[in-house]
Write a protein that binds this ligand. Structure first.
Ligand SMILES: Cc1ncc(COP(=O)(O)O)c(C=O)c1O
Length: 474
């Protein structure tokens, strides 16, 4: 066997071992800031080092400093779940060193991307004429949406001449919107002051009334309403903004509607949760991340647009060296986003969609939804927990409300402290959330890629919580 082949086998074994043993790792590393950095030499080596030495350092320095996102006790943030087949595809991609900027640089990558994005579009129930492109992140997709909206509104003027100060624009999102919207608004030159964070209702979803009031006020002040970002599955509590009512307002006042379904959008694969897409025909663009909850390792963000021309005209640059004979017949995805160089992300999505099949994906998603409901039921049963937000998907927001703490500030302090105190002890990672409505609660997401491990984990966590009469800071 060649050296390369032997080493590859060794690496394959290590990957398989890691996955088999992952539950034995501490989900959160026991490290302090600077611990890893200090172990790394201040200069790169002058001569090459053997792989064995690198792997030894990987074991001793890197692995102990990692947070294990595929760990069954990982309940924080939103997931970045992976799967065996996604890892296989990623390895093949790396082996080819593929560059997918235009059709000619990797024809199969371009055409596969087109096809898998159609599969996913249809499986999600998005409008059949929409077209999709894989971006690295939802942040990048949202930036594309806001830039496209800007160019459409200014008829390409800002791309060509820059802002001349004659027109101010405004973007609208709920108070619960993700920080990537703030970032996109800044980068697109709209100005943070012109991002309107709108009131939410008691379900933490955008209030259409607040939206219309803000739009009308801006028009009255000669500020041009540009774009609404509606979220399906907000980061804080997975709230669902009412698309249809928002869409009708967008249509009435001529606004671009971008739908940020970064995390929860994939739940539209299930007929029982697809109602969140009601009104999607009003949208101009939509993003969901298979790299969050669809077993496709980071990065893979599915971005769909109603009108490809609005996207391509925003980004198109055609220097001589990038022109090819096929340009008129193919999708050149370099013009569908910010980057020229593009990874072959479609391969892993293809592997996932084919290996799981729609039914396999649905089964997994349903299992996660069910685990969340069972977990919430266990909390309710205990009597000392409050479920802090509706549970439309697999995120449970809860807080501990022991009878001896009545004051709301004290309750917040108690819940903030609990997470810090119990994370290391339980070897679980949760995330505290201080919602805009001033309640500190714990977010607990159920999305582990490994079904058996997730169920086992669920039992131990639920039992601990249910049994917990000691979960109080002394
Ligand atoms: C609702 C929402 N939108 C956007 C993002 C940003 O996603 P990405 O990391 O792919 O940019 C997140 C991340 O969690 C999110 O929750």
């Amino acid at each position: 066997m060649s050296d390369f082949r032997q080493q590859l086998h060794k690496i394959a074994d290590r990957v398989a071992d890691y996955w088999a043993e992952i539950a034995q790792y501490p989900v959160l590393p026991n490290v302090q800031p600077g611990d890893i950095y200090r172990q790394l030499p201040s200069e790169m080596p002058q001569t090459g080092e053997p792989l064995a030495q690198l792997l030894a350092d990987f074991d001793h320095i890197i692995l102990p400093g990692m947070t294990h996102w595929q760990h069954p006790a990982f309940h924080a943030y939103f997931p970045a779940n992976s799967s065996e087949v996604s890892v296989f595809a990623e390895l093949l991609t790396a082996a080819m060193g593929a560059q997918c900027m235009v059709w000619q640089t990797s024809p199969a990558a371009t055409e596969l991307e087109q096809r898998v994005m159609e599969w996913l579009r249809d499986a999600l129930g998005l409008p059949a004429h929409w077209e999709g492109v894989i971006q690295d992140t939802a942040s990048a997709a949202t930036l594309c949406a806001i830039l496209s909206a800007r160019e459409q509104a200014s008829q390409g003027h800002i791309n060509q001449y820059g802002f001349d100060g004659s027109q101010q624009y405004a973007v609208y999102a709920s108070a619960e919107t993700h920080s990537s919207i703030d970032k996109a608004v800044k980068i697109a030159g709209i100005g943070s002051q012109n991002l309107r964070k709108l009131a939410v209702d008691e379900q933490f979803a955008m209030s259409p009334t607040a939206l219309e009031v803000a739009v009308v006020r801006d028009i009255r002040h000669n500020i041009k309403p540009l774009c609404v970002v509606a979220t399906l599955g907000t980061t804080g509590s997975t709230a669902i903004d009412p698309l249809r009512e928002i869409g009708e307002i967008c249509q009435r006042y001529g606004l671009w509607l971008h739908v940020d379904a970064a995390f929860a959008g994939v739940a539209a694969l299930l007929p029982e949760t697809r109602a969140m897409l009601d009104g999607i025909e009003y949208a101009d663009s939509f993003v969901t991340n298979p790299h969050k909850w669809l077993f496709t390792n980071f990065d893979c963000s599915a971005y769909y647009v109603k009108d490809r021309q609005a996207l391509v005209q925003t980004f198109e640059i055609l220097p001589e060296y990038l022109k090819t004979a096929a340009d008129q017949q193919v999708n050149n995805y370099r013009d569908w986003g910010v980057a020229l160089g593009r990874r072959f992300r479609a391969l892993k999505l293809w592997f996932v969609l084919r290996t799981f099949g729609l039914q396999g994906l649905q089964t997994r998603l349903r299992q996660h939804l069910q685990l969340a409901q069972q977990f919430a039921a266990a909390l309710r049963c205990d009597g000392q927990y409050e479920i802090a937000a509706p549970i439309p998907f697999n995120l449970v927001c809860f807080r501990h409300c022991p009878p001896h703490i009545q004051d709301s500030d004290a309750l917040n302090a108690h819940n903030a402290a609990l997470i810090g105190a119990y994370q290391p002890k339980w070897q679980s990672i949760f995330e505290p959330h201080q919602a805009k409505w001033q309640i500190c609660f714990t977010r607990c997401i159920w999305s582990n890629p490994c079904r058996r491990a997730a169920s086992k984990r669920f039992n131990s966590l639920a039992t601990r919580l249910a049994r917990n009469k000691t979960w109080a800071i002394k």
